[in-house]
Structures are given as C-alpha cells and as structure tokens.
Design a protein around this ligand. Structure first.
Ligand SMILES: [Zn+2]
Length: 477
C-alpha cells in the first residue's frame, strides 16, 4: 500500500509538472532575478494603503532604484499630493530622455498604492513577501507592484545593456488609484505638460491566463473600459408610529423599485473591442456558449444570444451596461415608520455611454416616486473605445510569444472595472493595458482579495516582457 501510494503520488506530480506553467524556466538571467526579487520584497513590505501615509516610501524606493541604475537624479521626481482628504500620497515621475528623439514620448502609467489587507484574515502577513510553492504572496503581488517592479527593472536593465531610446520614455506612477484616482486626474490636468505622449501603456491590465490543465487561454490587450457611475435611489414618507402602519412605506417602495432594477436589462451592444474579443473567444467554445457567441456576432440585436453569453461566469458584464444594488440605508428606529430609504445602485456602462442617459432610463423604470440621483462625489467619464495601434499590438504579440510560444493568442479586451487608463483616453492619449504577468484562472484572480499572489516565474517573465515592449516601441532593435 505504501509503495502504491508513493507511485500514485509520483505519477500525479509528474503529470502536473508536465503541464504546470509555474515550473518552467524563465528567460530572465539569474542576477536580474535576484535584483527583481529584492525590489519586489522592498515594495511589497511597505503597506501603501490609503491613509497610512506610506505611498511616498514606495515612490522613494523606486526613485532610489532608478538613480542607482545610473539615471540622472534630475529626471527622477517624487510629486507629493493629496488623494482622499487627509491621505498624503505621492506620484513617481521619471523621464528617460532620448538623445535625439525621433518620435513623441511614450508613457507608462501605474499605481503605487494597494487595497487594505488584514493580517488576521490572511494565512500570512500580507505585508511580508512570502515565497511558497512557486508563488510570491503579498498584498500588491498582482495589483500592481509586480507591474511597477517589472517596468522599473526593465528600464534599469536596458540602460545597463546600453540601449538608447529613440523617444523619451516617461514613467508615471500615482499613489491613489484604488481610492480617489486624484493622481490620474492631476496627471491629465495640472501635470499634463509633463505627461504629453503619443500613446501610453498600463501594466495594470492586459495579463494572460492558463487553465488548470496548463493550457494557455491567451493574453488580453486592454483597449476599452466601462464607465463607472453610482446612483442613489431614495424614497421618502411622512413616517409615524409603527403601531399604526400607513398604506405607503418608504422601505416597501424602495424594495419594489429595486426588484424592477433586478428584472431589467439594458440593450446588448457590441463595440469594436468586444466584437474582436468574441470573434476570438468563439473559436475555442464549441458548446451552447460558443453557438450564442456566433449568433450574437452575426446579429447584434439577438438578445437571447446575448443573455446566454452574459449569464456565463467568464463573460459577465461584457454584453451591455449593467446596474446592480450594492448598499441599503433606511429607517431610524425599530418602532417607527421609515421616513426615508436609500439604496446605492452601481452602474458599469458600455464605453461611449452618456451617464445622464442611463440615469433617465433608471428613472423611467422606477417611476417618479423614487428619486434617482448620481453620486456627487464621482462623475463617470464617457471614454472612447480605442482603435488598436498596430505598433502596440505587434510589440505586445511579439513579447507574449517570445515567452509563451508562437501559438499564444492576443485578444482585445474591454475591462468591466475601472483603471487610470480611462483618464488618459478621455483626453486623447490612447493608453493600452498590456502587462505580461500571467496566472492560472480562476485560482490566481485574487487582486483586492485574500492571499494575493503571483507565480514567481510570471514576475520574472514580466521583466523580460517589458524589456521587449520598450525595445520594440522606443528603439531600433
Ligand atoms: Zn490596479
């Protein structure tokens, strides 16, 4: 029995080793692996969470790294600013000047802050880098200290190798993407002259995924994102004593309104990014989901096909504008009739949608007894769907295929969340999400969640990826 168990264990681990992408060798030289790991450890262990006032320390660590790589101190700047009121944060600004620029600058954006993580909820301290089972664990391992470290290591390595860019390369990492996005706002307004670029790249998106059998599902090229807007639904009532319930009731009326939101769905719509995405996706889907994708691509008005796609856990949010109730607040005492009830409804609109149109649709859905008002603290910006730049798509494809082989597929992607890219897209600087980090879906989708991690090999691959991207887009190879 003992021997049999041993053999079984051996055969299953051999099978795993044959297909597990975390086991392969990276193309990054050992000395650079060590330097990358050291910087990753340093920045993961600074808890750059909102209101802890630690983001400037991450900016300082990155600045020190760039100076020690030999870049002039004048070209590395830390710009302090305020995110949420009282949150003293900072942006890192670095410009690698071309000796004789032949083209307009290229911008690489990112963020130095991370989402809060509670040590008692994690298996290990989220602010200690831990290497275990071919993974690095720590808050920000995926979102997005990996991308920050990979781009910084890539420019450092390129400089050491004597690479001369033929255009300025600007790094701009802000310090409050996870909360206020004030850094992105300032970057596109007050600091815009510092960041003027022909196009930009964002390591906060893109990414590749393998399935559990070690099959590469492909890499996404982010070229669009949904528009974020929250609405407050409020009902009001004179209230009174709960011993004498009136016929009308603020809570019941709000509940009725929310049931209408639940039952309602917006018209499905395709845009150039999602059309390209589904055209690629349908090739690997043979069942009912694949049939629905093919039917919908043939006829955008085919709501039944779009509904079937939308119901798939991997495709939620991609076929239309979605609005969902996320919070409730109502009443003031357990023995009083509610005088008001308010629900928070968060909408993610298709790019190009005008938020007031969605507000009008929601208002007519729930009727005039319910007040529908946008959250005044954050106004969604309609953002364009970018045409895919040929040079960016080519550089991304070549970098991905150098690491993952010539069969690796690149698919345009619309993000259902939000990122800083939208700020730049809105002012006419096309920013593409093109990071080279990869994971095993859905096991590694832990950004903002518990025990966030990144495969060790994926971090090192990402340095090689960004080195390729920069060589391709900012120089003669
Ligand atoms: Zn992020």
């Amino acid at each position: 029995m003992r021997r049999l168990a041993f053999l079984l264990a051996l055969s299953s681990s051999t099978a795993l080793a044959a297909t597990d992408p975390t086991t392969g060798a990276t193309q990054l030289e050992r000395a650079w692996q060590e330097k990358t790991r050291a910087l990753f450890k340093e920045v993961i262990e600074i808890p750059s969470v909102v209101n802890r006032q630690e983001v400037p320390k991450v900016a300082e660590a990155i600045a020190a790294k760039l100076r020690s790589a030999g870049f002039p101190a004048n070209d590395v700047r830390i710009i302090p600013y305020e995110g949420l009121p009282g949150d003293k944060t900072a942006a890192l600004y670095f410009r690698w000047r071309a000796e004789r620029p032949a083209k307009k600058p290229m911008l690489i954006i990112g963020h130095l802050d991370v989402v809060e993580a509670k040590p008692e909820d994690w298996q290990h301290d989220p602010f200690q880098l831990r290497e275990e089972g071919r993974y690095f664990y720590g808050r920000g391992a995926w979102d997005m200290k990996s991308g920050i470290v990979a781009t910084v290591m890539a420019v450092s390595k390129l400089r050491q190798e004597g690479f001369r860019p033929d255009r300025d390369i600007i790094l701009f990492f802000n310090g409050d993407e996870e909360t206020m996005q004030n850094g992105a706002l300032l970057g596109t307004t007050r600091w815009r002259n510092l960041l003027d670029a022909e196009f930009g790249l964002n390591p906060d998106g893109g990414h590749g995924y393998y399935d559990r059998n070690g099959r590469l599902l492909g890499f996404g090229l982010g070229a669009a994102e949904k528009v974020y807007q929250t609405y407050f639904f409020t009902t009001r009532n004179p209230g009174g004593h709960s011993g004498r319930p009136r016929a009308d009731n603020a809570i019941y009326e709000l509940a009725d309104a929310l049931k209408k939101v639940q039952a309602f769905s917006f018209e499905p719509q395709l845009n150039p990014t999602t059309r390209a995405y589904f055209a690629e996706r349908q090739r690997e889907e043979s069942g009912a989901l694949g049939d629905a994708m093919r039917r919908w691509l043939a006829n955008e008005k085919d709501r039944e096909a779009a509904d079937l796609i939308e119901a798939s856990p991997t495709e939620i949010g991609l076929t239309r504008t979605r609005c969902v109730a996320t919070m409730l607040k109502a009443g003031h005492a357990d023995n009083a009739l509610p005088q008001s009830a308010t629900a928070t409804v968060n909408c993610r609109m298709m790019p190009g949608t005008n938020p007031p149109d969605v507000q009008a649709a929601l208002q007519s859905l729930v009727g005039s007894n319910v007040e529908v008002a946008p959250d005044p603290s954050f106004t969604g910006r309609p953002t364009p769907v970018l045409p895919i730049r040929k040079d960016v798509a080519k550089a991304y494809t070549e970098a991905v295929r150098k690491i993952h082989g010539s069969q690796a597929r690149i698919t345009p992607k619309m993000d259902t969340g939000t990122s800083d890219s939208s700020f730049f897209r809105a002012i006419g600087v096309p920013v593409y999400d093109v990071d080279g980090v990869w994971g095993i879906t859905p096991d590694d989708e832990r950004e903002h969640g518990l025990d966030e991690r990144v495969p060790v090999k994926a971090l090192y691959d990402d340095v090689v990826h960004w080195e390729m991207m920069i060589r391709n887009l900012a120089g003669k190879r």
